[in-house]
Design a protein around this ligand. Structure first.
Ligand SMILES: CC(C)(COP(=O)(O)OP(=O)(O)OC[C@H]1O[C@@H](n2cnc3c(N)ncnc32)[C@H](O)[C@@H]1OP(=O)(O)O)[C@@H](O)C(=O)NCCC(=O)NCCS
Length: 181
């Protein structure tokens, strides 16, 4: 579908580029480095993904982009290091509404990367995609993610009890934040 999302977004110290399958090698390196922090938070990382799975994920990202299902971006530093990935997903073009997601490699954490990537995605959703709602979900103990939402002016809409399972299969409560316009 034609959705008008730009393939590149340039921000403060980072660049988001539409994920393509050739990103897989550097994305895989970032995942391996960050396994200990991704494992509790991202369901796909509960077992270390193989290189083949990472290639498949980056390849799938291209199809998801073309269909307008999920808009996946790879996060790059200005000198070309892969810093992680982020996306607009759970899209409902009928509203339109989007959910933002992200992870940042271990060595790049604490430098504002997730905040800047989320700012870029959120502004793009409103300015280029006609969004009426951008939401951000995070586990109640994910303080870093909560801070990302708060720093960007998302409103805390509530807490959903036992809404997801953690890496060990235990139910966890999720906070939902959103910006609506
Ligand atoms: C959560 C995550 C994305 C944060 O990425 P980041 O680039 O380090 O975040 P930022 O540098 O933009 O920091 C945002 C804020 O969170 C705070 N923060 C980040 N990690 C934190 C932590 N573990 N504990 C407490 N505060 C934290 C930062 O200090 C900053 O707040 P401040 O400006 O008030 O000091 C990163 O830790 C990560 O990838 N975690 C694993 C995957 C994940 O949880 N993804 C999100 C799922 S909802």
């Amino acid at each position: 579908m034609r959705h008008g999302a730009p393939v590149e977004l340039v921000g403060e110290g980072i660049i988001l580029q539409k994920t393509v399958w050739t990103d897989a090698e550097v994305v895989f390196g970032a995942i391996l480095e960050s396994q200990e922090i991704l494992y509790p938070r991202m369901r796909w990382a509960s077992a270390i993904p193989s290189f083949e799975k990472t290639v498949a994920s980056c390849h799938d990202a291209e199809g998801q982009w073309d269909r307008g299902d999920t808009l996946n971006y790879t996060i790059w530093s200005t000198d070309g290091e892969c810093l992680g990935r982020c996306s607009l997903h759970h899209i409902d073009w009928g509203v339109p509404k989007f959910e933002v997601g992200y992870w940042v490699r271990l060595s790049a954490q604490g430098k504002g990367v997730a905040t800047e990537a989320t700012r870029l995605l959120t502004e793009m959703a409103f300015s280029d995609l006609g969004a009426r709602r951008v939401s951000l979900w995070c586990a109640i103990d994910n303080i870093g993610s909560r801070r990302v939402a708060e720093k960007l002016g998302f409103t805390h809409e509530g807490t959903f009890k036992n809404d997801e399972a953690d890496a060990l299969g235990r139910p966890i409560d999720m906070n939902i934040f959103a910006i609506t316009r």
